[in-house]
Design a protein around this ligand. Structure first.
Ligand code: PDD
Length: 297
């Protein structure tokens, strides 16, 4: 069965996977979630994903089911779906209670859902030709407002940026912080390469601590590359030898053109020679080797 949903422990096809309109996840985005994927049928870095979900839940005062139950339900859903490789979304909402914003109204009954569907990786050509990414006027939420390190069901900041990027004809959005420093893309982290040095923004600027970002930093250091976590603006990206984004689904995906919005007309800058650069390729291969080492895939 290609798409299978686990609703509070019940495995059902998508058309039967429903949630109450009073669920706070539906009403307010009062939920946390993770997106993992399998390699060789086994979830990749599930421990890091669930650690991040713990941190998100902790910060919003949401009680998660015990770790063993979450892991068990994920495995049960994967086993029943029997896809060669799966996309796995784990969602825990604050549940429902008396109507109103106050989290105290929820009756302490968080709800867990696991959505498993066949993995749809980006086509191979995409890794050759890369993405076009627009630097949007929509800025990333400041950490003091809705901290982007929390993976909650409230993704409106990212959705607004993506709307802007799509209106400009770009594949994805790149968001700056209020000071104009690059933070991350709508569902990926960002890196650039200049004279062989790999640079990515520091987490303190406000972004998701990507599991792929962490693994890429580890393998880049393992490759003997110089890696820096430091702030930079969009001009540094436009002038870079190579730019790439990282995420669970995209792995290490080149960005080969940048659209700067806000001027009279969109300012399109090509990056490098508009195809996957050598360091990006090397890091993607090193990432794949890490996967093979840890998952035998
Ligand atoms: N997105 N930044 C944001 C805002 C994200 O939502 C994600 C993940 C990332 C990359 O994190 P990771 O390497 O752990 O996937 C960065 C997932 C894929 C999603 O919501 O679909």
């Amino acid at each position: 069965m290609p798409v299978l949903v686990n609703v509070e422990g019940q495995l059902v096809p998508p058309e039967q996977a429903t949630v109450s309109v009073f669920d706070r996840g539906f009403l307010y985005g009062d939920s946390v979630y993770e997106v993992a994927r399998t390699y060789g049928g086994r979830p990749f870095e599930l421990g890091r994903h669930l650690d991040r979900m713990d941190r998100s839940a902790d910060r919003i005062g949401l009680t998660l089911p015990p770790r063993e139950r979450i892991e068990g339900e994920i495995q049960r859903t994967l086993d029943a779906a029997r896809n060669p490789e799966s996309y796995v979304r784990i969602v825990v909402t604050r549940g429902e209670g008396r109507f109103g914003l106050s989290p105290h109204l929820a009756q302490g009954m968080s709800r867990m859902f696991v959505i498993v569907r066949p993995l749809e990786p980006a086509p191979r050509e995409q890794y050759e030709k890369g993405l076009q990414v627009a630097v949007t006027l929509t800025r990333r939420n400041p950490t003091a407002c809705l901290d982007p390190s929390l993976k909650t069901g409230n993704y409106m900041n990212n959705i607004l940026a993506l709307r802007e990027a799509h209106a400009a004809g770009a594949d994805d959005a790149l968001l700056l912080d209020l000071r104009g420093q690059v933070t991350e893309a709508s569902t990926s982290n960002v890196f650039f390469v200049q004279k062989g040095i790999v640079v990515t923004p520091p987490l303190a600027l406000g972004m998701l601590q990507g599991v792929t970002r962490t693994v890429v930093l580890e393998v880049a250091r393992g490759e003997g590359l110089i890696v820096r976590e430091e702030p930079f603006g969009p001009e540094a990206l436009a002038a870079a030898d190579e730019v790439f984004v990282t995420s669970t689904i995209r792995e290490v995906m080149p960005v080969t053109s940048l659209v700067l919005l806000g001027g009279a007309a969109p300012d399109v800058r090509r990056i490098g020679d508009r195809k996957q650069g050598p360091v990006t390729r090397r890091l993607h291969e090193a990432f794949r080797k890490y996967v093979a080492r840890t998952h035998g895939a």
